[in-house]
Structure formats: C-alpha cells, structure tokens
Write a protein that binds this ligand. Structure first.
Ligand code: HEM
Length: 401
C-alpha cells in the first residue's frame, strides 16, 4: 500500500517524484536534527529538486528546493494556511499569528502587527532600547573576560534578545508605556477587539518567535567572525572609517555600513535560522505547482537551506564570502526566493525589520568594541531544533579595541 512515489500517505497516485519511505512512518525517522540536509540530498538524488512528495506518518507532504516553485508556493493563495497539530490547537495557539488560519482574524492580527507593533516608525523608535540592551551585553562580555578569560556568547545573546523582544512588545517597564503598548491591542474597534486569551497568544508568540531567531543568528555571525579574522578586520575598518572609536554605532550609521550588512546577509544564506522556513504551509484547495498537481490538504515546505547551498544558483555556495553581496545588490526581505530567510508572501515574517535592525546594530557594536578571537577550534556543526542552531555553543576571547 505504501509502495508508491511519496509513500504511505500518497495512496492516490501522483506524478510528483518522491521516496517510498518507511511503512506507516514515511520519512518521520528523517526529521531529526539534520532534516534540511537529508531532505536536500534525497531530492537531489531523486531528481526531485523542483518538487518532492513524501509522507510524515499519514500526512502528505511536498517540498521544493527551487526558487521558482517556492515563489508559487509561498506567494500564491493556495498555501496561506499552516498545518495545525493537536498541541497548538489545544493550547489556543491557533489564535496566534503564526498558526491562525488565513481569514478575517489572521488578517486583522497581521494589520495590527504591521501598523502598530512593527511599523517602520515603531522599529526606529525602539533604538534606545536596542542601545541599552547592547550596552548591558557588552558589560557582561567584559565581566566574563575578567572572571574567566573566555566568553560563551549564547547565554548573553539569549538574555539580551529576550529582554529586547519583551520590552519591544510590552514597553520598557514604565507603567505608562505598558498601558500605551497594550493600548494598541486593547483599544481596537469593537468588532475587531482581541479578547484576553487572544492577546496572550499573540504576545507569547512574539516573545517565542523573536528571541531565539535573533540570538541564534548572532551566534552564527560571531562564529564566522572568529573563524575569518580577515573579514572581521575588514568590517572593523569600515566601522572605524565611517563611525570612528569615540561613540557607539547608531541605527543611522548602519545604512552606510554596507560590509557589515553583507556579513549578515552571507550568514543568513549559509546558516538560515529557519532552513525549512520554520513553519510549513497547508494547501486549502487543489492547486498546480509547475506541472505537478497538489491536492487540497497537502502540507507544503520550502527547503531554503537547499536553495542557498545550490551551486547552480550560488557560485561556490560553501564559501563564506560577504563580498558577493557588495558586487550585486540583493534584496532579502522575500521578493527574491534565491535568498528569503524571512519567508515570502502573505505569511512572511512580520518581525523581519525589527530582527534585522537589532542584528545589524548589535553586530556593529560587538565588532566596534572588541576584537574576537577563537578560544578553541570553531565547530560549525549544525543542529535543527525549532531553529537551526550551532550544535556546540561558541566560546571566544574578546579583546577590547
Ligand atoms: C533574524 C530574525 C528572524 C528570522 C530569520 C525569522 C524567520 C521567519 C520565517 C522563515 C517565518 C515563516 C515565513 C513564511 O512562512 O513565509 C517567520 C514567521 C514569523 N515570524 Fe519571524 N523571523 C525572525 C524574527 C522575528 C521577530 C523579531 C519576530 C517578532 C518579534 C518574529 C515573528 C514572526 C511571526 C509572528 C511569524 C508568523 C507569521 C504568520 O504566520 O503570519 N520573527 N519568521
């Protein structure tokens, strides 16, 4: 019964190539800490990079490693829902933006996010907070160095990022500000108002989504900085030239720090925090992707990691070379699926500007204030949990500049 392309869940024959997989389990045993790599090499070996069918238990899944098909998938109307497993549904998380089915309620949340929580004006206005949190992180780095002579950045970045997101979402601890922030959610027109549980779901989600991604991305960047001393020095020269040593880098400097920005893009390419774009999409109706027929109810995934490591798309894809983003202007916010670390289409990450503003500013300051050296061999092994993490925390030596 499962001896068909795609396996057990694809009992109605499909023209999409795919592995038969294990009886009843399909590729479930594959979905561990290296799922993105295993799915990429399976698709390659089966000539199924455009679209591959497989089963996860009784769930029918398609995955693409091709930017054109990815665009159709993410930007078309068919895949605007997320597959909901029992647990988020029980926990009310289908009331959160990330899980809410595409419809009036979800559109409403997206509008609140775009106009109130993450509007350009708001992101800009949160610079003070980013600066303050960054300053505290630098003090911790300095303390760790004097206490132990070595810094493990992960904990510092996680705490900093958590604080940054909590205060971005709730306000900065002053009673008035909190009321103002929550006011956004409380003072909506009557029809649109969020009840208490919905608000909790949305606020929880922002904290849960926004903390990890930023901290993990910065740890990857710093691992690369420690490993490639020449590139680190080039970024420091840029900061020295454009900002100098006497004041901390500000948001307004970042647009001129093109090499620092190129480093962030290159790390997003080599180590995308959501290599499978984190959350899959669900087909709400029958649809064609390229020449393939995909029935309603199919779960769809994009293997962004496979796309960003494809030698037919990226020259020498395994080389760490920020210069590639200097030579060619490249948008990373979702319009070009060759590198779309924040997803694309209607469900694109709403926190992308806040996330990038934070990562760019903190990286520039980390490089401005310290020279970063390895304390042991830098181990770039990956581990896919909710996001793609460094398997072992980075340990380094920070020398004040
Ligand atoms: C470097 C930082 C970040 C990365 C790489 C990232 C990546 C992503 C990706 C890949 C998606 C799925 C998009 C899709 O399906 O097309 C997503 C969705 C989402 N992200 Fe982010 N994200 C980041 C930061 C943030 C921040 C700071 C927040 C909020 C504070 C946030 C909140 C969300 C939410 C609520 C969704 C669900 C959107 C929906 O389903 O409508 N993210 N993110």
């Amino acid at each position: 019964m499962w001896l068909v392309p795609g396996g057990f869940a694809w009992r109605n024959p499909t023209n999409i190539p795919g592995p038969i997989g294990w009886p009843f389990l399909g590729l479930l045993p594959y979905m561990g800490s290296h799922a993105h790599q295993k799915l990429a090499s399976l698709a390659r070996s089966m000539g199924a990079t455009r679209l591959m069918a497989f089963s996860l238990g009784s769930t029918r899944v398609v995955i693409t490693s091709d930017p054109e098909i990815a665009k159709e998938m993410l930007c078309g109307s068919a895949f605007a829902n997320r597959p909901i497993k029992e647990s988020p549904s029980l926990l009310m998380f289908e009331r959160a933006i990330g899980f809410a089915p595409s419809g009036k309620y979800w559109r409403h949340l997206r509008r609140i996010a775009a106009t109130h929580m993450f509007s350009p004006k708001r992101v800009l206005g949160l610079e003070c907070l980013r600066q303050r949190v960054c300053h505290q992180m630098m003090e911790k780095v300095s303390n760790e160095m004097s206490l132990r002579g070595v810094v493990e950045l992960r904990g510092i970045l996680q705490k900093g990022s958590l604080r940054n997101v909590i205060e971005s979402v709730f306000g900065s601890g002053l009673g008035l500000e909190i009321e103002e922030e929550l006011g956004v959610l409380l003072s909506l027109p009557e029809d649109d108002q969020l009840n208490h549980a919905d608000m909790v779901a949305v606020l929880w989600e922002m904290i849960f989504r926004g903390t990890d991604t930023v901290a993990i991305l910065l740890e990857w960047i710093m691992a690369r900085m420690v490993l490639h001393q020449d590139i680190q020095a080039k970024a420091q020269d840029e900061i020295e030239d454009l900002v100098g040593p006497s004041r901390p880098v500000q948001d307004s400097d970042v647009q001129n720090l093109v090499y620092v920005q190129a480093i962030v893009k290159e790390v997003l390419r080599l180590h995308p925090p959501g290599p499978l774009l984190s959350w899959a999409r669900l087909a709400t109706h029958d649809v064609h992707l390229g020449k393939f027929f995909v029935p309603a109810g199919t779960t769809a995934m994009v293997n962004m990691w496979a796309i960003t490591h494809d030698p037919s798309i990226w020259k020498n894809p395994w080389n760490f070379k920020p210069e590639r983003f200097i030579e060619e202007e490249f948008p990373i916010m979702g319009s070009d699926l060759r590198l779309a670390p924040f997803g694309s289409g209607r469900r694109v990450c709403p926190g992308k500007s806040l996330g990038l503003a934070t990562v760019n500013l903190w990286l520039a300051q980390l490089l401005q204030q310290y020279k970063w050296l390895p304390s042991t061999n830098v181990d770039l092994s990956e581990c896919l949990k909710l996001s793609l993490e460094l398997k072992r925390p980075l340990k380094c030596i920070a020398v004040a500049r």
